[in-house]
Design a protein around this ligand. Structure first.
Ligand code: NDP
Length: 429
Protein backbone atom coordinates (compact mmCIF):
# COMPACT_ATOMS: atom_id res chain seq x y z
CA UNK A 1 0.00 0.00 0.00
CA UNK A 2 1.60 3.27 -1.07
CA UNK A 3 -0.85 5.63 0.64
CA UNK A 4 0.74 7.48 3.56
CA UNK A 5 -1.98 8.49 5.96
CA UNK A 6 -5.09 6.34 6.08
CA UNK A 7 -7.69 8.43 7.85
CA UNK A 8 -10.82 6.41 7.17
CA UNK A 9 -9.91 2.96 8.51
CA UNK A 10 -12.20 2.15 11.45
CA UNK A 11 -10.46 1.59 14.75
CA UNK A 12 -7.65 4.07 14.15
CA UNK A 13 -9.07 7.34 15.47
CA UNK A 14 -5.71 9.09 15.06
CA UNK A 15 -5.22 7.70 11.54
CA UNK A 16 -2.58 5.14 10.60
CA UNK A 17 0.10 5.01 7.91
CA UNK A 18 -0.37 2.58 5.03
CA UNK A 19 2.88 0.68 5.78
CA UNK A 20 1.99 0.37 9.49
CA UNK A 21 -1.48 -0.92 8.67
CA UNK A 22 0.05 -3.49 6.33
CA UNK A 23 2.54 -4.59 8.99
CA UNK A 24 -0.23 -5.08 11.53
CA UNK A 25 -2.26 -7.12 9.03
CA UNK A 26 0.78 -9.20 8.27
CA UNK A 27 1.34 -9.99 11.93
CA UNK A 28 -2.33 -10.85 12.36
CA UNK A 29 -2.19 -13.23 9.40
CA UNK A 30 0.92 -14.91 10.83
CA UNK A 31 -0.78 -15.30 14.18
CA UNK A 32 -3.54 -17.19 12.40
CA UNK A 33 -1.12 -19.61 10.83
CA UNK A 34 -0.64 -18.02 7.40
CA UNK A 35 2.61 -18.81 5.61
CA UNK A 36 3.87 -15.83 3.64
CA UNK A 37 6.07 -15.98 0.54
CA UNK A 38 7.16 -12.57 -0.69
CA UNK A 39 7.74 -13.16 -4.37
CA UNK A 40 6.16 -12.40 -7.74
CA UNK A 41 3.78 -14.90 -9.25
CA UNK A 42 4.81 -15.31 -12.87
CA UNK A 43 2.02 -17.59 -14.06
CA UNK A 44 -1.03 -19.54 -12.98
CA UNK A 45 -2.74 -22.58 -14.44
CA UNK A 46 -6.44 -22.70 -13.69
CA UNK A 47 -7.02 -25.68 -16.01
CA UNK A 48 -5.41 -28.02 -13.47
CA UNK A 49 -6.97 -29.11 -10.17
CA UNK A 50 -5.49 -28.30 -7.71
CA UNK A 51 -4.60 -25.01 -9.41
CA UNK A 52 -0.95 -24.37 -10.11
CA UNK A 53 0.80 -21.12 -9.17
CA UNK A 54 4.36 -20.46 -10.29
CA UNK A 55 6.80 -17.90 -8.95
CA UNK A 56 10.47 -17.70 -9.84
CA UNK A 57 11.34 -19.68 -6.75
CA UNK A 58 8.64 -22.31 -6.47
CA UNK A 59 5.52 -23.95 -7.87
CA UNK A 60 2.59 -24.22 -5.50
CA UNK A 61 -0.67 -26.05 -5.76
CA UNK A 62 -3.91 -24.83 -4.22
CA UNK A 63 -7.50 -26.01 -4.08
CA UNK A 64 -8.71 -22.41 -4.06
CA UNK A 65 -7.15 -19.05 -4.82
CA UNK A 66 -7.93 -15.47 -3.84
CA UNK A 67 -6.54 -12.94 -6.29
CA UNK A 68 -5.73 -9.66 -4.56
CA UNK A 69 -3.05 -8.23 -6.81
CA UNK A 70 -4.36 -4.65 -6.77
CA UNK A 71 -3.78 -2.03 -9.42
CA UNK A 72 -0.80 -0.03 -10.69
CA UNK A 73 -0.76 3.72 -11.31
CA UNK A 74 -1.32 4.74 -14.93
CA UNK A 75 1.11 6.84 -16.93
CA UNK A 76 0.41 9.58 -19.49
CA UNK A 77 2.89 8.23 -22.07
CA UNK A 78 3.99 11.65 -23.32
CA UNK A 79 6.89 11.51 -25.82
CA UNK A 80 9.71 12.20 -23.35
CA UNK A 81 8.28 10.23 -20.43
CA UNK A 82 10.99 7.57 -20.48
CA UNK A 83 13.71 10.19 -20.68
CA UNK A 84 12.55 11.90 -17.49
CA UNK A 85 11.16 8.86 -15.67
CA UNK A 86 12.64 8.91 -12.17
CA UNK A 87 14.37 12.13 -13.21
CA UNK A 88 11.40 14.27 -12.35
CA UNK A 89 8.43 12.27 -13.64
CA UNK A 90 6.87 9.82 -11.20
CA UNK A 91 3.63 7.97 -10.63
CA UNK A 92 3.93 8.02 -6.84
CA UNK A 93 4.12 11.30 -4.96
CA UNK A 94 3.98 9.40 -1.70
CA UNK A 95 7.11 7.38 -2.57
CA UNK A 96 9.10 10.04 -4.34
CA UNK A 97 7.94 13.38 -2.94
CA UNK A 98 10.52 13.41 -0.13
CA UNK A 99 13.39 13.45 -2.63
CA UNK A 100 15.71 16.40 -1.91
CA UNK A 101 15.52 17.26 -5.61
CA UNK A 102 11.92 18.39 -5.06
CA UNK A 103 12.46 20.33 -1.84
CA UNK A 104 11.11 23.87 -2.12
CA UNK A 105 10.64 23.50 -5.88
CA UNK A 106 7.46 23.96 -7.93
CA UNK A 107 5.87 20.62 -8.76
CA UNK A 108 2.91 19.45 -10.87
CA UNK A 109 0.31 16.76 -10.32
CA UNK A 110 -1.81 15.52 -13.22
CA UNK A 111 -5.41 14.45 -12.61
CA UNK A 112 -8.58 15.64 -10.96
CA UNK A 113 -9.62 12.63 -8.89
CA UNK A 114 -9.08 11.80 -5.23
CA UNK A 115 -5.60 10.37 -5.91
CA UNK A 116 -4.39 13.53 -7.64
CA UNK A 117 -5.84 15.74 -4.89
CA UNK A 118 -4.28 13.55 -2.21
CA UNK A 119 -0.89 13.73 -3.97
CA UNK A 120 -1.13 17.50 -4.43
CA UNK A 121 -1.86 18.04 -0.72
CA UNK A 122 0.89 15.61 0.28
CA UNK A 123 3.46 17.39 -1.90
CA UNK A 124 2.78 20.77 -0.29
CA UNK A 125 4.91 19.43 2.61
CA UNK A 126 7.97 19.57 0.39
CA UNK A 127 7.25 21.86 -2.58
CA UNK A 128 7.21 25.63 -2.78
CA UNK A 129 4.05 25.36 -4.90
CA UNK A 130 2.01 22.54 -6.43
CA UNK A 131 0.23 22.91 -9.79
CA UNK A 132 -2.73 20.58 -10.20
CA UNK A 133 -3.37 20.01 -13.90
CA UNK A 134 -7.00 19.01 -14.51
CA UNK A 135 -7.95 18.16 -18.07
CA UNK A 136 -11.66 18.95 -17.64
CA UNK A 137 -13.82 21.84 -16.45
CA UNK A 138 -13.91 20.48 -12.93
CA UNK A 139 -12.33 17.97 -10.55
CA UNK A 140 -14.03 14.65 -10.17
CA UNK A 141 -12.63 14.20 -6.64
CA UNK A 142 -14.95 13.98 -3.63
CA UNK A 143 -16.07 17.31 -2.21
CA UNK A 144 -13.92 16.90 0.91
CA UNK A 145 -10.80 16.36 -1.20
CA UNK A 146 -11.67 19.18 -3.61
CA UNK A 147 -12.16 21.53 -0.70
CA UNK A 148 -8.80 20.62 0.81
CA UNK A 149 -7.14 21.44 -2.50
CA UNK A 150 -9.09 24.64 -3.07
CA UNK A 151 -8.48 25.78 0.50
CA UNK A 152 -4.73 25.29 0.22
CA UNK A 153 -2.81 28.42 -0.74
CA UNK A 154 0.05 26.16 -1.89
CA UNK A 155 -1.94 24.42 -4.65
CA UNK A 156 -2.81 26.17 -7.91
CA UNK A 157 -5.47 24.39 -9.97
CA UNK A 158 -5.24 24.67 -13.77
CA UNK A 159 -8.52 23.50 -15.35
CA UNK A 160 -8.85 22.47 -19.01
CA UNK A 161 -5.15 21.73 -19.06
CA UNK A 162 -3.25 18.67 -20.22
CA UNK A 163 0.43 17.88 -20.67
CA UNK A 164 1.80 17.57 -24.20
CA UNK A 165 5.45 16.95 -23.43
CA UNK A 166 8.30 17.71 -21.05
CA UNK A 167 11.73 19.34 -21.33
CA UNK A 168 14.82 18.96 -19.18
CA UNK A 169 17.90 20.81 -18.02
CA UNK A 170 21.53 20.21 -18.93
CA UNK A 171 21.80 17.43 -16.30
CA UNK A 172 18.90 15.57 -17.90
CA UNK A 173 16.36 16.33 -15.15
CA UNK A 174 12.84 17.59 -15.76
CA UNK A 175 12.64 21.36 -15.94
CA UNK A 176 9.39 22.33 -17.64
CA UNK A 177 6.12 21.05 -19.11
CA UNK A 178 4.56 21.93 -22.43
CA UNK A 179 0.84 22.34 -21.77
CA UNK A 180 -2.26 22.33 -23.93
CA UNK A 181 -5.56 24.08 -23.38
CA UNK A 182 -8.00 21.22 -23.82
CA UNK A 183 -10.87 23.61 -24.65
CA UNK A 184 -9.19 25.29 -27.59
CA UNK A 185 -6.82 22.38 -28.28
CA UNK A 186 -4.03 24.93 -28.60
CA UNK A 187 -0.61 24.75 -26.96
CA UNK A 188 -0.10 27.14 -24.06
CA UNK A 189 2.88 29.29 -25.16
CA UNK A 190 4.51 29.64 -21.73
CA UNK A 191 6.02 26.33 -20.47
CA UNK A 192 5.27 25.50 -16.84
CA UNK A 193 8.55 25.41 -14.93
CA UNK A 194 8.48 22.45 -12.54
CA UNK A 195 11.10 20.11 -11.11
CA UNK A 196 8.66 17.22 -10.78
CA UNK A 197 5.48 15.90 -12.36
CA UNK A 198 3.41 13.24 -10.58
CA UNK A 199 0.62 11.25 -12.17
CA UNK A 200 -2.66 10.77 -10.36
CA UNK A 201 -4.71 9.64 -13.33
CA UNK A 202 -6.11 6.33 -12.15
CA UNK A 203 -4.92 2.76 -12.07
CA UNK A 204 -4.58 -0.34 -14.23
CA UNK A 205 -5.41 -3.64 -12.51
CA UNK A 206 -2.57 -6.16 -12.17
CA UNK A 207 -4.11 -9.02 -14.12
CA UNK A 208 -1.66 -9.60 -16.98
CA UNK A 209 -0.15 -12.69 -15.37
CA UNK A 210 -3.59 -14.34 -15.42
CA UNK A 211 -3.23 -14.64 -19.17
CA UNK A 212 -7.00 -14.38 -19.81
CA UNK A 213 -7.70 -17.60 -17.92
CA UNK A 214 -10.73 -16.01 -16.30
CA UNK A 215 -13.27 -13.32 -17.16
CA UNK A 216 -11.71 -9.87 -17.39
CA UNK A 217 -13.40 -6.68 -18.64
CA UNK A 218 -12.14 -4.32 -21.35
CA UNK A 219 -10.09 -2.32 -18.82
CA UNK A 220 -8.42 -5.46 -17.44
CA UNK A 221 -10.43 -5.67 -14.18
CA UNK A 222 -11.52 -9.12 -13.01
CA UNK A 223 -15.25 -9.65 -13.49
CA UNK A 224 -16.88 -10.83 -10.27
CA UNK A 225 -20.32 -12.33 -9.87
CA UNK A 226 -23.19 -10.07 -8.82
CA UNK A 227 -24.30 -12.36 -6.03
CA UNK A 228 -21.20 -12.29 -3.82
CA UNK A 229 -18.94 -9.72 -5.57
CA UNK A 230 -15.98 -12.03 -5.15
CA UNK A 231 -16.50 -15.22 -7.23
CA UNK A 232 -14.83 -15.13 -10.65
CA UNK A 233 -15.66 -17.06 -13.82
CA UNK A 234 -13.46 -19.96 -12.60
CA UNK A 235 -14.96 -21.96 -9.76
CA UNK A 236 -12.61 -21.90 -6.79
CA UNK A 237 -10.89 -18.66 -7.85
CA UNK A 238 -11.99 -15.54 -5.96
CA UNK A 239 -11.08 -11.89 -6.23
CA UNK A 240 -10.55 -9.23 -3.56
CA UNK A 241 -9.95 -5.48 -3.63
CA UNK A 242 -8.72 -3.11 -6.32
CA UNK A 243 -8.03 -5.85 -8.87
CA UNK A 244 -11.78 -5.88 -9.53
CA UNK A 245 -13.04 -2.79 -7.72
CA UNK A 246 -13.24 0.28 -9.97
CA UNK A 247 -15.30 2.33 -7.64
CA UNK A 248 -14.50 2.31 -3.93
CA UNK A 249 -10.80 1.54 -3.81
CA UNK A 250 -10.26 2.33 -0.14
CA UNK A 251 -8.16 0.31 2.31
CA UNK A 252 -11.29 -0.49 4.28
CA UNK A 253 -13.35 -1.56 1.25
CA UNK A 254 -10.47 -3.72 0.03
CA UNK A 255 -10.19 -5.30 3.50
CA UNK A 256 -13.95 -5.95 3.52
CA UNK A 257 -13.71 -7.45 0.05
CA UNK A 258 -10.86 -9.68 1.28
CA UNK A 259 -13.03 -10.88 4.12
CA UNK A 260 -15.89 -11.68 1.71
CA UNK A 261 -13.48 -13.57 -0.52
CA UNK A 262 -12.13 -15.54 2.43
CA UNK A 263 -15.62 -16.57 3.57
CA UNK A 264 -16.61 -17.52 0.01
CA UNK A 265 -13.41 -19.55 -0.28
CA UNK A 266 -14.09 -21.36 2.97
CA UNK A 267 -17.63 -22.21 1.82
CA UNK A 268 -16.33 -23.44 -1.51
CA UNK A 269 -13.71 -25.66 0.15
CA UNK A 270 -16.25 -26.98 2.63
CA UNK A 271 -18.83 -27.77 -0.06
CA UNK A 272 -16.21 -29.63 -2.05
CA UNK A 273 -14.85 -31.45 1.00
CA UNK A 274 -11.47 -29.83 0.51
CA UNK A 275 -11.32 -27.92 3.74
CA UNK A 276 -8.36 -28.60 5.97
CA UNK A 277 -8.81 -27.02 9.34
CA UNK A 278 -5.96 -24.93 10.68
CA UNK A 279 -6.30 -24.69 14.43
CA UNK A 280 -6.75 -21.14 15.54
CA UNK A 281 -3.94 -20.14 17.79
CA UNK A 282 -5.05 -19.53 21.34
CA UNK A 283 -4.66 -15.80 22.16
CA UNK A 284 -2.40 -16.66 25.08
CA UNK A 285 -0.34 -19.04 22.94
CA UNK A 286 -0.22 -16.49 20.15
CA UNK A 287 1.04 -13.80 22.47
CA UNK A 288 3.66 -16.15 23.83
CA UNK A 289 4.66 -17.13 20.32
CA UNK A 290 5.01 -13.52 19.21
CA UNK A 291 7.05 -12.72 22.32
CA UNK A 292 9.23 -15.80 21.76
CA UNK A 293 9.76 -14.80 18.12
CA UNK A 294 10.71 -11.28 19.17
CA UNK A 295 13.16 -12.64 21.74
CA UNK A 296 14.65 -15.04 19.23
CA UNK A 297 15.07 -12.24 16.72
CA UNK A 298 16.76 -10.03 19.32
CA UNK A 299 19.15 -12.82 20.27
CA UNK A 300 19.82 -14.11 16.78
CA UNK A 301 23.17 -13.40 15.14
CA UNK A 302 22.72 -10.27 13.07
CA UNK A 303 22.60 -12.12 9.79
CA UNK A 304 19.45 -10.68 8.30
CA UNK A 305 18.99 -7.47 10.23
CA UNK A 306 20.36 -4.25 8.85
CA UNK A 307 21.87 -2.88 12.02
CA UNK A 308 22.80 0.74 11.73
CA UNK A 309 26.55 1.31 11.39
CA UNK A 310 26.60 4.89 12.50
CA UNK A 311 30.22 5.48 13.35
CA UNK A 312 33.66 3.95 13.63
CA UNK A 313 32.72 2.23 16.91
CA UNK A 314 30.14 -0.11 15.49
CA UNK A 315 31.10 -0.36 11.82
CA UNK A 316 32.22 -3.84 10.87
CA UNK A 317 33.34 -4.37 7.29
CA UNK A 318 32.93 -8.13 7.64
CA UNK A 319 29.19 -7.73 7.92
CA UNK A 320 27.29 -7.73 4.66
CA UNK A 321 24.38 -5.41 5.42
CA UNK A 322 24.64 -1.88 6.75
CA UNK A 323 22.70 1.34 7.09
CA UNK A 324 23.48 5.02 6.81
CA UNK A 325 26.00 7.36 5.30
CA UNK A 326 29.00 6.44 7.46
CA UNK A 327 28.86 2.85 6.24
CA UNK A 328 28.29 4.00 2.69
CA UNK A 329 31.40 6.16 2.69
CA UNK A 330 33.53 3.45 4.34
CA UNK A 331 32.39 0.72 1.99
CA UNK A 332 32.58 2.92 -1.09
CA UNK A 333 36.23 3.65 -0.37
CA UNK A 334 37.38 0.44 1.31
CA UNK A 335 35.33 -2.51 0.13
CA UNK A 336 36.78 -4.64 -2.64
CA UNK A 337 33.32 -6.13 -3.24
CA UNK A 338 30.54 -4.78 -5.48
CA UNK A 339 28.42 -2.44 -3.37
CA UNK A 340 24.62 -2.41 -3.49
CA UNK A 341 22.96 0.75 -2.17
CA UNK A 342 19.23 0.87 -1.62
CA UNK A 343 17.63 4.32 -1.19
CA UNK A 344 14.39 4.26 0.75
CA UNK A 345 12.02 6.75 2.37
CA UNK A 346 9.91 6.20 5.47
CA UNK A 347 6.54 6.59 3.72
CA UNK A 348 7.38 4.44 0.70
CA UNK A 349 5.16 1.34 0.53
CA UNK A 350 7.09 -0.33 -2.33
CA UNK A 351 10.29 0.04 -0.24
CA UNK A 352 8.71 -2.15 2.42
CA UNK A 353 8.01 -4.76 -0.23
CA UNK A 354 11.46 -4.60 -1.71
CA UNK A 355 13.50 -4.78 1.51
CA UNK A 356 12.80 -8.41 2.49
CA UNK A 357 12.94 -9.52 -1.13
CA UNK A 358 16.30 -7.86 -1.74
CA UNK A 359 17.56 -9.16 1.58
CA UNK A 360 16.79 -12.74 0.49
CA UNK A 361 18.66 -12.23 -2.78
CA UNK A 362 21.61 -10.62 -0.97
CA UNK A 363 21.84 -13.61 1.38
CA UNK A 364 22.97 -15.59 -1.66
CA UNK A 365 25.96 -13.22 -1.96
CA UNK A 366 26.79 -12.95 1.71
CA UNK A 367 30.55 -12.99 1.35
CA UNK A 368 30.84 -11.37 -2.04
CA UNK A 369 28.63 -8.26 -2.03
CA UNK A 370 28.25 -5.40 0.44
CA UNK A 371 24.93 -3.66 1.02
CA UNK A 372 23.93 -0.31 2.49
CA UNK A 373 20.48 1.11 3.02
CA UNK A 374 20.11 4.89 2.90
CA UNK A 375 16.98 6.56 4.20
CA UNK A 376 16.71 9.69 2.05
CA UNK A 377 14.85 11.53 4.80
CA UNK A 378 17.74 10.92 7.23
CA UNK A 379 20.55 11.42 4.71
CA UNK A 380 19.17 13.94 2.19
CA UNK A 381 22.60 15.21 1.10
CA UNK A 382 23.66 11.67 0.12
CA UNK A 383 20.42 11.20 -1.80
CA UNK A 384 20.94 14.52 -3.52
CA UNK A 385 24.48 13.76 -4.59
CA UNK A 386 23.32 10.33 -5.85
CA UNK A 387 20.60 12.06 -7.93
CA UNK A 388 17.80 10.15 -6.21
CA UNK A 389 14.38 11.34 -7.37
CA UNK A 390 12.34 8.38 -6.25
CA UNK A 391 12.35 5.40 -3.94
CA UNK A 392 13.01 2.56 -3.86
CA UNK A 393 16.13 3.01 -5.96
CA UNK A 394 18.91 0.44 -5.98
CA UNK A 395 22.32 1.47 -7.25
CA UNK A 396 25.22 -0.90 -7.76
CA UNK A 397 28.84 0.28 -7.55
CA UNK A 398 31.96 -1.53 -8.65
CA UNK A 399 35.44 -0.05 -8.16
CA UNK A 400 33.82 3.28 -7.24
CA UNK A 401 31.91 3.41 -10.53
CA UNK A 402 28.12 3.21 -10.65
CA UNK A 403 27.37 0.22 -12.86
CA UNK A 404 23.61 -0.19 -12.46
CA UNK A 405 20.51 1.70 -11.33
CA UNK A 406 17.25 -0.13 -10.70
CA UNK A 407 14.23 2.05 -9.92
CA UNK A 408 11.11 0.63 -8.30
CA UNK A 409 10.49 -3.00 -7.39
CA UNK A 410 11.59 -5.63 -9.88
CA UNK A 411 11.59 -9.41 -9.84
CA UNK A 412 14.28 -11.15 -7.81
CA UNK A 413 15.81 -12.51 -11.02
CA UNK A 414 16.60 -9.00 -12.21
CA UNK A 415 18.62 -8.20 -9.07
CA UNK A 416 20.31 -11.62 -9.20
CA UNK A 417 21.29 -11.10 -12.81
CA UNK A 418 22.90 -7.72 -12.13
CA UNK A 419 24.70 -8.88 -8.98
CA UNK A 420 26.01 -12.02 -10.67
CA UNK A 421 27.20 -10.05 -13.71
CA UNK A 422 29.24 -7.79 -11.46
CA UNK A 423 30.81 -10.77 -9.71
CA UNK A 424 31.65 -12.49 -12.99
CA UNK A 425 33.26 -9.27 -14.24
CA UNK A 426 35.23 -8.92 -10.99
CA UNK A 427 36.58 -12.47 -11.15
CA UNK A 428 37.42 -12.11 -14.85
CA UNK A 429 39.30 -8.86 -14.24
P1 NDP B 1 -10.14 8.42 -10.85
O1 NDP B 1 -10.43 7.53 -11.99
O2 NDP B 1 -11.21 8.76 -9.90
O3 NDP B 1 -9.60 9.82 -11.41
C1 NDP B 1 -8.65 9.88 -12.42
C2 NDP B 1 -8.42 11.34 -12.76
O4 NDP B 1 -7.39 11.39 -13.72
C3 NDP B 1 -9.64 12.01 -13.38
O5 NDP B 1 -9.71 13.35 -12.96
C4 NDP B 1 -9.35 11.94 -14.86
O6 NDP B 1 -9.90 13.01 -15.59
C5 NDP B 1 -7.84 12.08 -14.85
N1 NDP B 1 -7.25 11.48 -16.03
C6 NDP B 1 -7.38 10.21 -16.48
N2 NDP B 1 -6.65 10.01 -17.59
C7 NDP B 1 -6.06 11.21 -17.84
C8 NDP B 1 -5.21 11.66 -18.85
N3 NDP B 1 -4.80 10.85 -19.85
N4 NDP B 1 -4.81 12.95 -18.82
C9 NDP B 1 -5.20 13.78 -17.84
N5 NDP B 1 -6.01 13.42 -16.84
C10 NDP B 1 -6.44 12.14 -16.85
O7 NDP B 1 -8.86 7.77 -10.14
P2 NDP B 1 -8.31 8.00 -8.67
O8 NDP B 1 -7.09 7.17 -8.62
O9 NDP B 1 -8.19 9.42 -8.34
O10 NDP B 1 -9.43 7.38 -7.71
C11 NDP B 1 -9.89 6.06 -7.92
C12 NDP B 1 -10.83 5.69 -6.75
O11 NDP B 1 -10.08 5.66 -5.54
C13 NDP B 1 -11.95 6.68 -6.54
O12 NDP B 1 -13.10 5.96 -6.19
C14 NDP B 1 -11.47 7.50 -5.39
O13 NDP B 1 -12.55 8.01 -4.61
C15 NDP B 1 -10.67 6.52 -4.56
N6 NDP B 1 -9.60 7.19 -3.82
C16 NDP B 1 -9.89 7.71 -2.58
C17 NDP B 1 -8.96 8.35 -1.82
C18 NDP B 1 -9.32 8.88 -0.47
O14 NDP B 1 -10.47 9.11 -0.20
N7 NDP B 1 -8.36 9.11 0.41
C19 NDP B 1 -7.57 8.54 -2.30
C20 NDP B 1 -7.36 8.01 -3.62
C21 NDP B 1 -8.34 7.37 -4.33
P3 NDP B 1 -11.48 13.09 -15.92
O15 NDP B 1 -12.13 13.43 -14.62
O16 NDP B 1 -11.53 14.16 -16.93
O17 NDP B 1 -11.85 11.74 -16.45
Amino acid sequence: MSTTEVENYPGFPEGVTGPELMERMRQQALRWGAELYEEDVVSVDFSKRPFEIKSEDRTMRANAIILATGATAKRLRIPSEEKFWSKGISACAICDGASPAFAQKELAVVGGGDSACEEAIYLTKYASKVHLLVRGEEMRASKAMRDRVLDSSDVIVHYNTSVEDAAGNAQGFLESLKLVNTKTNKSIPEPLKVAGMFYGIGHTPNTKFLDSQLGIDEDGFIIVSDHDKTSTSVEGVFSAGDVHDKEWRQAITAAGSGCQAAISTERYLQMNKLLKEVKMMDTKDAKEEIEAAKKKEAEAPKKKTHEPAIDADNFDIDRQKHQGQYALRKLYHESPRPLVVMYTSPTCGPCKRLKPMLSTVLDEYEKSIHYVEIDIAKDPEIAESAGIMGTPCVQVFKDKARVAVINGVKMKSEYRKIFSEQLIESSAA
